[in-house]
Design a protein around this ligand. Structure first.
Ligand code: FMN
Length: 212
């Protein structure tokens, strides 16, 4: 056993999450915590882990960046032909996790995932710098490459063919996770962490305290 890992201990002492402090809307509560993470100038404060599950019930998780959110859902952008894109075609449900260690906070969100409209994807595509637009368009995300050169060649070929003016390809765009469940986690001393779960019941968001 790796003694040094087992002995690592971090006590969570910064904050509490009490029933009377939590907003009755999980969307508002998310907004409050997300803005805290942004205000704290954390690196990649908008990074989240997204888990998807394929048709055989096997999960895959990866980090993505949150690019928009509202009461309609939580949005990210990617290649529709990627592993996650294939998973979502077979099983349109996913789970997101945000973890901000410096704030001792975690948020989990679960729900159905659907594609954004082509117009919404176009709008965000055009906001990206040209280099990342080109990478999104020319990189066959999650396909096997022979080597790094093959990728660089694909980018160069794309540049020679289309220059800097090209539209969003149909295989790249946004998704929105429409929440059915949220959990707000605040680390506390001796692992007696606060966990408040929101569940959508008969069209109303109710919340419960969960044991840590
Ligand atoms: C900090 C960070 C941010 C990332 N943001 C994105 C993103 O917004 N969209 C995306 O498609 N991949 C993003 N990635 C790469 C993914 O983690 C992953 O490698 C890629 O989407 C392919 O995943 P898949 O094969 O499971 O589909 C990011 C990785 C890291 C570490």
């Amino acid at each position: 056993m790796q003694d040094d890992i087992q002995k690592r201990r971090h006590e969570y002492t910064l904050k509490q999450l009490n029933e009377q402090d939590v907003d009755t809307s999980p969307f508002v509560q998310f907004d409050i915590w997300f803005k805290m993470a942004l205000d704290a100038n954390l690196t990649d404060a908008n990074a989240l882990t997204l888990a998807t599950v394929n048709s055989e019930g096997k999960p895959t998780a990866r980090i993505l960046l949150l690019k928009d959110y509202s009461n309609d859902g939580y949005c990210f952008f990617t290649n529709y032909k990627s592993k996650k894109g294939e998973d979502l075609k077979q099983n349109p449900f996913g789970a997101m996790v945000f973890f901000w260690p410096d704030l001792e906070k975690q948020i989990r969100i679960e729900g159905r995932i659907e594609r954004l409209s082509p117009e919404q994807s176009d709008e965000y595509f055009m906001v990206r710098p040209v280099g990342s637009r080109r990478a999104a368009a020319a990189s066959p995300q999650s396909s096997i490459l022979k080597n790094r050169r093959e990728l660089e060649q694909a980018i160069n070929d794309f540049k020679n063919k289309f220059g800097d003016n090209f539209k969003r390809p149909s295989y790249w765009g946004g998704y929105r996770l429409i929440p059915e469940k949220f959990e707000f986690w605040q680390g506390r001393e001796n692992r007696l962490n606060d966990r408040i779960e929101f569940v959508l019941e008969n069209g109303k968001w109710n919340f419960y305290r969960l044991a840590p």
